[in-house]
Design a protein around this ligand. Structure first.
Ligand code: NYM
Length: 212
């Protein structure tokens, strides 16, 4: 059985959880099984807004905290028409980070509430499945040094993890937690099983609206 429309599948998690590797493997596996599937990632650094974000993350520019939060959100909204078009064409989208990263990272900064952070992303296409790659921050640290971009410190990532845990309490989102300490192949298989279930159940369902 296949979806009339494509499914919107998101992978989330703290840095070094293996999201990008797993997104690529999932897209490949879906394509091998004869499904149309494409990968997307946020931030999408290729657009004009994405370039502002990239320069901020690389610490080449400074932006006020609310401003950068809104730019991350704008970067998702600018891609919504394309996402909807692809989903309607039957293409399953596997997305590396989405609004949940947006909320988790900004709300890890002082004086930002989860509620305020969610506002600009309310109404985005709602993922059919959000898989959270769970990795203890101390295990993540063993996977090697963080890079040099903004937010890449153990202390900040621990707060981000707590914010994700708060977001995962929301039953309106189809969260599934994956144990990302396992090997790449085992994690990949866990992800494929969850995906297969989603692809089989989302047939005929309209694309939902996030947090609405
Ligand atoms: N990030 C990502 C945010 O702060 N807000 C967002 O809305 C999104 C999508 O940008 N540290 C942060 C999380 C990451 C960084 O890194 C993007 P990468 O390696 O391109 O996924």
């Amino acid at each position: 059985m296949s979806c009339r429309r494509g499914a919107l599948i998101v992978l989330e998690g703290v840095d070094k959880a293996g999201k990008t590797t797993q997104c690529k493997k999932l897209v490949h596996a879906l394509q091998q099984s004869g499904r149309a599937a494409e990968m997307m990632r946020f931030p999408d650094r290729t657009t004009q807004i994405g370039q502002l974000i990239s320069s901020y993350l690389e610490k080449k520019s400074n932006l006020e905290d609310h401003t950068i939060h809104l730019l991350f959100s704008a970067n998702r909204w600018e891609l919504v028409p394309l996402m909807k078009k692809k989903l309607e064409q039957g293409i399953t989208l596997v997305v590396d980070r989405y609004a949940f990263s947006g909320v988790a990272f900004t709300s890890a900064k002082p004086d930002f509430s989860l509620e305020w952070c969610k506002c600009p992303d309310v109404g985005l296409p709602k993922p059919d499945l959000v898989m959270f790659l769970q990795l203890n921050p101390s295990v993540a640290a063993e996977r090697g040094e963080f890079g040099t971009e903004r937010y890449e410190t153990s202390t900040f990532q621990r707060t981000v993890q707590q914010r994700f845990e708060q977001l995962m309490k929301d039953p309106s989102v189809n969260w599934k937690v994956i144990d990302a300490t396992k090997s790449i192949e085992v994690v990949h298989n866990d992800i494929k099983v969850l995906c297969e279930n989603t692809l089989n159940t989302c047939e005929n369902l309209p694309i939902g609206e996030l947090w609405k």
